[in-house]
Design a protein around this ligand. Structure first.
Ligand code: SAM
Length: 209
């Protein structure tokens, strides 16, 4: 399905259910030790958010919180971690009890309008079933000039390999032009774009309401 097509709600619920089941079972795999090179690439991903002291940050598809210590090193005022999997969020809370967890599909998050400075989607974009719903809601919650970081510390080829071993569909990361067109629908403009063999980082700025 294209990233601009709205899927049926029943399909979203069913694929989210399959994901929840898998990630609830495998949540321990997302804790360190991480594959060689990944910690350094995660530092680049966190830096791409240009978090300022006092910012409010939302980590979408946070898993067990692999980005949280890196986000915290920039001294944000508040961090929200959103995920579909209760086991992922329970593990995150064990590691980082002060982070507010939100068990939800990002498309349904009810944080106030224009309340978030930086949104991260790390290793999560391919999993989001309702992309129009997710990006419309992220755009609603994001402050003007807020930053959006879509990333993967293993790059697009990793997703191509993973597709063969998971029971639900995964989308490819968008190429630059495809991403520019898609994000423009929600008032985001691409600021920088890295699409290397083992690293994908797209940063976008909220330019219009
Ligand atoms: C591959 S894991 C990555 C976890 C973490 N970001 C990391 O890098 O270790 C993808 C996570 O995204 C979550 N997820 C998938 N679709 C989601 C959605 N629509 N809203 C919120 N979380 C979602 C899954 O439950 C899963 O925990």
């Amino acid at each position: 399905m294209s990233s601009e097509e709205k899927p049926q709600d029943a399909r979203v619920r069913e694929i989210n259910r399959q994901q929840r089941e898998l990630f609830d079972r495998l949540y321990r795999l997302f804790d360190p030790p991480l594959p060689e090179g990944v910690p350094g690439r995660l530092e680049q991903i966190a830096a791409a958010g240009r978090i300022r002291a006092g910012d409010t940050v939302l980590d979408v598809g946070s898993g067990t919180g692999i980005l949280i210590p890196l986000i915290r090193s920039y001294h944000p005022a508040r961090i929200y971690a959103c995920d579909l999997s209760p086991a992922m969020l329970a593990q995150l809370s064990r590691h980082y009890p002060r982070v507010r967890t939100l068990l939800a599909d990002v498309r349904d998050l009810a944080l106030p309008d224009a309340s978030i400075d930086v949104v991260f989607l790390n290793a999560c974009y391919p999993n989001i079933v309702d992309k129009p719903g997710a990006f419309a809601n992220i755009a609603r919650m994001q402050k003007p000039a807020g930053r959006l970081v879509i990333s993967h510390p293993m790059g697009r080829a990793f997703i191509a390999r993973l597709k063969k071993s998971v029971p639900f569909p995964l989308d490819d990361f968008p190429r630059r032009n495809q991403a520019r067109k898609m994000l423009a629908n929600y008032g985001f403009a691409i600021e920088s774009f890295v699409d290397e063999e083992e690293l994908y980082i797209l940063t976008a700025l909220k330019t219009s309401p």
